[in-house]
Ligand binder design. Structure first.
Ligand code: GDP
Ligand code: GDP
Length: 437
């Protein structure tokens, strides 16, 4: 699992600026927790070969009442999920009573904490940090988030104790233990109910409640003689013990489960309809390249009007994921839950299929014959050959001349053609276009 860095500090010290610099907003995912007033932001960054996750928090003002209390709670939850805390202070504002209050919080925390002095641009390093020694959190580290000054050096130091991830962590592949299924979704959609169903009713599994809140639990199991591994983010609970739902939900754990599974089952809730966080999670699954099965849960006892509304909403807002199988299920009653398996199998098969260069090149040439690429500067764009560059998700590399001029519409035509002819279902396909053969 990636090291997780939480950014804390009072408002305006530059947390979001640092967050954006570290993640470049590429894989950033916004988490909006129901019932909480301010969002935490989660993003992934990378330093050399070391990936990491960053959490930006609403901030702590030191006067924890009302909205500030909720923000402070966000910070505390973020600290809980993190391996490392970067406590940001502002060199221009100088040391404030709020900084002291936060430092007090942090001193009792067990997490490795770095005192980071931001906005040191244009200030001499020694004097910029000197007053912050008083916080009793060790040597202050000067940076300028908006200019990038010292930021890479800081992250290098921070990540030093963490080893580079092994290849298998970066690319989950079959290791003989079976398809890795990640059951993901926001709190309360019915993940743990579904996990219990998937594992089979007769099997009463009670897991150690004292397990860390952060790590997803991996449960190997067999169904009809086939091995699978379930990556569970909800934490299997005894039926009666469902009061800790919100606390048990961890975004870091969810993102990690998505990265480490072969097929993600994204659980949606027919009772509440789609919400932003569903779309963020879906986005994350797609960006990660994971195979996908959609499960609309709590389908039991719904009026036909409500069903129709949910169907329409899915078509309208999830149209971009229409290559994924969609199931309407009731985890509570077990209805249609068994249908998930064929979809999981098919998605996995598509995601890990191998095609020969010969097959892909023939397919490319047929597609070109059917529909020529356009002329550019009086010369026709030539597509020559295609080969496979990876799997889960499948990557198809197309070589040709003037290929960087290939219009988006034509790329879409190729993607759709390949998807149809190769019968790829349930996984994104990535295309790379390269000049020359
Ligand atoms: P947050 O509330 O802690 O997330 O703070 P922001 O990232 O929103 O930054 C607050 C203000 O400080 C913004 O106007 C930033 O442009 C500015 N700021 C952030 N980092 C730096 C820095 O390194 N130097 C200077 N001079 N300003 C900065
Ligand atoms: P999780 O937080 O995603 O793991 O959700 P849980 O599995 O704990 O379920 C949240 C609530 O939804 C519980 O009260 C469940 O009994 C209920 N629930 C789960 N699945 C269904 C379903 O298919 N139909 C109905 N009506 N309720 C369900």
């Amino acid at each position: 699992m990636n090291p997780v860095i939480a950014l804390v500090g009072r408002p305006n010290v530059g947390k979001s600026t640092l967050f954006n610099r570290l993640t470049r907003s590429r894989d950033a995912i916004v988490a909006d927790f129901p019932g909480l007033t301010r969002d935490r932001q989660y993003g992934n960054g990378r330093l050399g070969d070391k990936p990491f996750t960053v959490i930006d928090t609403g901030g702590i003002s030191g006067d924890e009442q009302g909205i500030d209390a909720a923000m402070a709670e966000q910070s505390l939850l973020a600290i809980d999920e993190a391996d490392i805390v970067l406590f940001l202070v502002d060199a221009r504002a100088g040391l404030t009573p709020t900084d002291e209050a936060i430092a007090q919080h942090l001193r009792v925390n067990q997490k490795k904490t770095w005192l980071v002095v931001n906005k040191t641009d244009g200030l001499p390093e020694e004097t910029a940090t000197v007053e912050f020694h008083a916080l009793g959190l060790g040597e202050p580290y000067p940076i300028a988030a908006s200019h990038g000054r010292n930021v890479t050096q800081l992250i290098e130091l921070v990540l030093e104790p963490f080893p580079e991830p092994s290849e298998t962590e970066a690319h989950p592949e079959l290791d003989g233990k079976g398809i890795r299924i990640g059951v993901v979704g926001r709190p309360n959609v019915g993940k743990s109910t579904l996990v219990n169903r998937l594992l089979g009713e007769e099997r009463v599994v009670v897991f150690d409640e004292a397990g860390t809140t952060r790590d997803a639990i991996e449960i190997p199991f067999e169904r009809r003689g086939k091995p699978y591994v379930l990556v569970d983010t909800a934490g299997i609970r005894r039926r009666k013990n469902v009061s800790l739902i919100a606390e048990k939900f961890s975004i870091v754990k969810t993102l990690d489960a998505i990265k480490s599974c072969n097929v993600a089952v994204l659980v949606l809730d027919a009772r509440t309809g789609l919400v932003e966080q569903d779309l963020h999670l879906l986005d994350y699954v797609l960006n990660t390249g994971r195979a996908l099965v959609l499960a609309v849960n709590k389908w039991d006892g719904l009026e036909s009007e409500a069903k129709e509304k949910m169907r329409t909403e899915i078509k309208r807002r999830l149209g971009f994921a229409d290559y994924a199988d969609l199931h309407f299920i009731s985890a509570l009653h077990g209805t249609a839950v068994g249908d998930l398996y064929p979809s999981i199998e098919r998605a996995f098969k598509s995601a890990t299929a191998h095609w020969t260069t010969n097959r892909l090149t023939t397919l490319l040439q047929d597609a070109v014959k059917e529909h020529q690429p356009p002329m550019v500067n009086g010369r026709r764009i030539k597509l020559k050959m295609a080969h496979q560059g990876g799997s889960n998700p499948p990557i198809i590399v197309v070589h040709g001349n003037q290929i960087n001029q290939l219009p988006e519409a034509y790329k879409r035509y190729l993607i759709n053609t390949f998807r149809k002819v190769l019968k790829v279902r349930g996984t994104p396909i990535r295309f790379e276009f390269r000049s020359g053969a």
